[in-house]
Design a protein around this ligand. Sequence first.
Ligand code: ADP
Ligand code: MG
Length: 695
Amino acid sequence: MAANTKEVFGSMVFNEHVMKERLPSATFQSLKATMAEGKPLDLEVANVVASVMKDWAIEKGATHYTHWFQPLTGITSEKHDGFLSPNGDGTAIMEFKGKELIQGEPDASSFPSGGLRATCEARGYTAWDPTSYAFVKDDVLCIPTAFCSYTGEALDKKTPLLRSMAAISGQTARVLKLFGKEPKRVTTTVGPEQEYFLIRKEDYEQREDLILTGRTLFGHSAAKGQEMEEHYFGVLRSEVSAFMKEVDEECWKLGIPAKTKHNEVAPAQHELAPIFDVANKAIDHNLLTMEIMKKAAEHHGLVCLLHEKPFACVNGSGKHNNWSLTAGGENLLDPGDTPMDNLQFLTFLTAVIKAVDDYQDLLRTTVAGPGNDHRLGADEAPPAIISIFLGDELGAILEAIANDSEYHAVGKSKIDLGVDVLPVFSKDTTDRNRTSPFAFTGNKFEFRMPGSTMNLSDCNTVLNTAVAKVLKDYADEMEQAEDFTAAAAKWIERTIKAHQRILFNGNGYSEEWEKEAEVRGLSNFKTTVDALPCMVAEKNIALMSEMNVLTPVEMQSRYEVELEHYSKVINIEARTTLGMARRQLIPAALEFLSDVANTAASKKAVSSAISIRTEEQILGSVSANVDDMNEACNRLDDLMRQVGQIEGNYELAKFYSDRIVPAISDIRQAADRCEIHVGKDYWPLPTYAQMLFYV
Ligand code: ADP
Ligand code: MG
């Protein structure tokens, strides 16, 4: 494999190289303009592109095409259409027109719309996103598309992402103009680190909870967890290694630059990180990577679990979102070598700080979800409080700026941000704070709150839009300034002063931080249902609509979709818990009890002098736990009966969160206590030890 990685890479992608080779030069130029500058593609050009694309795809084995899109479920959707077109004389040709390339018409009514369907037509259309290349997967030509209603409302995750990229790009260009630069293209870049678990297929198949909910709803912790710290970066087991090789190869074929792979902290946990790319491409690629991982696992007798918390008691899985801004090849978050470069760097850095502080609540909503509720704030992942880590050196510089004090590391010069005294500082970022939810890591920010299942479009949409808004206000002010550098320096000083509260270099997992964050006035939404209403807070709706990313109606609809999604997930978890407890676990425990009771009875039948103390003790404790389990089931059952009477999406989600979630957990606790007393051969579920540790 290694020898031909170069040939494999991108071999199934209709990328720029293929376009250049195969398209007539005028068509290529016009398509390139569309890709680079977002110019609309005219139908004539589209016809030529479609025909060339079809021939290329057929050579790669494709028989069908699909508009590949990301509805509000977050996962990807595709409906396959054949290229085949009958001639009427018994023969057929393979056909694919420009119209079919640029626009598709899936039935929108089967996808979540959060009430938009009532106000809009049921029909929706998909439109090609030419900035993300088409590719062939499973004999299907996939065309990355955005999905909208006929009245133009976004029904997907990609549309607002693209709008937010346009917003930040426009405002960044305005700011850079003040610095005397006019880059052709400004983009946001994203590098997602994907964590996941791999377990044996035969274990998975025996667990209804994993099959139906993606996580274990039962299971006592194993005698060993992750305390030995032996798994992180440990040697890969052979089937895992074979799996990773397959994933790499499949990723490479689709032009996904999968780069780093290693074992993660928890047993059976791993990570894959690609090289970063333009945000929308990186997100398309991440979604494909998740799909590839799921499929590849099967070939190795494994199952890939992408859930945020498949196993209690060991770390869950996140998806770190590395983010930066690039203009004409220059990374705007890379500290510069000259004071003037540093003024520009500090401007963008400060803009991100302000944006994250001003819209911390909205950003929090983008990582809210039933799976991530088990992770955030649980001693293993960042807390539910958003704060920014800058590292010692940069932190000290900003502090000196804010306090108008001396910055000691670089001589004793006072930083007044007059351009000639702004220090040139090193780019060293060895001091990393793993507990920070939003960390500056040298030349990019790493947002560590997103969960492993999530579509990163949401958080990047908000991040881009919030930063765009800050840059917009900045440009509005600075374009009027008489002395730009002086005004820019003042703006940095003023802004850093105003946003001190969001900067935190300490331990984000500690209790003290939670208290201190409250004093600082930072928001702390512990659960999904606590956080989601921020999606419809006035200031957040105003942001998204001012920057033309989401209309108030679209925001409202997304809010409803998230609430519905939450309730549905908890509903499935509740029903699965009840089913497994009543039909598998209680019967197993009773069977065990019956055998123990019979043993006691037969012992007594032989001689009343024989001790049955052990049997009595086991019968007593297991019976008590089974009673607890059964009663907890009855309580959950009662609660589930009340669900139907609750009106309103928020009220329903709140009921699930406040009442059903704890009731599910009560059943689990009783069941897990049973598990460790009931004979191994009686317990119907593979244990944590069996699933997480294997040779
Ligand atoms: P770690 O956080 O595990 O130390 P790295 O520092 O190697 O990992 O980077 C993690 C991810 O950040 C990789 O996917 C990498 O491509 C990405 N990355 C690096 N530079 C940028 C950038 N300018 N913009 C976005 N992502 C970036
Ligand atoms: Mg990382």
